[in-house]
Write a protein that binds this ligand. Structure first.
Ligand code: KG4
Ligand code: ZN
Length: 359
């Protein structure tokens, strides 16, 4: 089955053709990073306009790259939410237009479920139960997967997403946007023990796997003020104090993420660990998750950076089992900014099945 995937939830306009849910025939991504850089973050209105300008060319490029034509496509999978409403609408409406014109089935995919599927191109199917840590600029979620397509949200951020913390700290230090890649690069030359940032404690026993990054962000701000650290002109020419601060901050984020993942391993004894989302590009996080997995004797599936950041191949892969089952959302499909991924409650057997994408 050839599935055309379309992703436009944030600032990447992306399209891909995936065969049988695993084989990437093309994965085309038009990033808007250069447009938004000068504003220090994504400007929603500009993002949706740029999606609108690019979407058609991006889909054509994905079909060309795959050596396919639209009449060889069996179904369409498009990101339905969560994301920016203007951005989502462009992808959803474009996809509906193609589906209507060609009489193809179309399914809406939860963007975060897409991130969970980003391992399928380079790893075998996960063994269950699995734990998936999805960390990006917009989300920081820890899921338990008791089986395929079953998700229980067992941990989430109370405030900022991990990637958002990277972006805000980078902005504070004058390192530019997006912050994750540059902090990752500078941290390699810094001393992570230079500043010891304490990790947030979540005392509520019901939510002990949750994360919080706003306190860390404030601690970095306080440190910058106390030490009178000036913004840098050129990131790669940063003084040692900034390199040390980047290393210490990054280490605090990684320790917080791995601490919850370790606790979750102890509670749920997973048979696979999945890491996804843009922050999964982070070299220290990748190494720390691989180390934890070894310690727990569980395989860790950590995809290549091209699949961990936003892309449409993961959306096509997540949509394929739904299309194979005969799902078709048709023209009723609507973008949903607040779409949540949680469809099982494994603690309560009475609720075990059914509630689909609870809002
Ligand atoms: O998944 P993604 O492409 O888009 C969202 O859905 O948000 O993630 C983008 C986020 C940004 O916050 C960016 O700073 C972060 O991922 N990121 C990183 C790294 N590369 C990208 N964070 C830490 N280290 C990296 N190497
Ligand atoms: Zn994402």
């Amino acid at each position: 089955m050839f599935v055309l995937g379309i992703e436009s939830s944030c600032d990447e306009t992306a399209a891909a053709v995936v065969a049988n849910g695993r084989e990437v025939l093309s994965n085309f991504i038009a990033s808007q990073v250069d447009t938004h850089r000068r504003f220090g973050g994504v400007v929603p209105e500009i993002a949706s306009r740029e999606h609108l300008e690019k979407i058609d060319a991006v889909v054509v490029a994905a079909l060309d790259q795959a050596g396919t034509t639209l009449d060889q496509i069996h179904g369409i999978a498009v990101t339905q939410g969560p994301g920016l409403i203007g951005s989502l609408l462009v992808g959803v409406n474009y996809a509906k237009g193609v589906a209507l014109a060609l009489g193809l089935p179309i399914v809406g995919v939860n963007h975060i479920e897409g991130h969970v599927y980003s391992t399928v191109f380079e790893y075998p199917a996960p063994e269950y139960p699995a734990l998936a840590l999805i960390v990006s600029g917009g989300h920081t979620n820890l899921f338990l997967l008791p089986g395929p397509e079953k998700y229980k949200l067992v941990g989430r951020t109370r405030d900022d997403a991990a990637g958002e913390a990277f972006d805000k700290v980078a902005k504070l230090l004058g390192l530019g946007y997006p912050g994750g890649p540059v902090i990752d690069r500078l941290a390699r030359r810094g001393d992570k023990r230079a500043v010891i940032f304490p990790l947030a404690q979540i005392n509520d026993p019901e939510h002990r796997l949750d994360f919080s990054f706003s306190g860390l962000k404030t601690a970095v701000l306080r440190y910058v003020r106390e030490q009178a650290i000036a913004q840098v002109e050129d990131a790669d020419d940063s003084p040692q104090q900034i390199l040390d601060l980047c290393a210490s901050f990054q280490n605090a984020v990684v320790r917080a993420l791995v601490r919850s993942l370790r606790k979750a391993c102890e509670i749920y004894s997973p048979r696979t660990i999945v890491l996804g989302g843009g922050v999964a590009c982070n070299s220290e996080l990748r190494a720390a998750v691989a180390e934890l997995a070894e310690e727990q004797r569980v395989p860790a599936f950590i995809p290549s950076p091209v699949y961990t950041t936003d892309n449409a191949a993961m959306i096509a892969a997540a949509g394929t089992p739904k299309l194979l089952r005969g799902d078709n959302h048709g023209m009723q499909l609507m973008a949903d900014v607040t779409l949540r991924l949680q469809n099982v409650d494994v603690e309560d057997p009475k609720l075990r099945k059914k509630v689909r994408y609870r809002l």
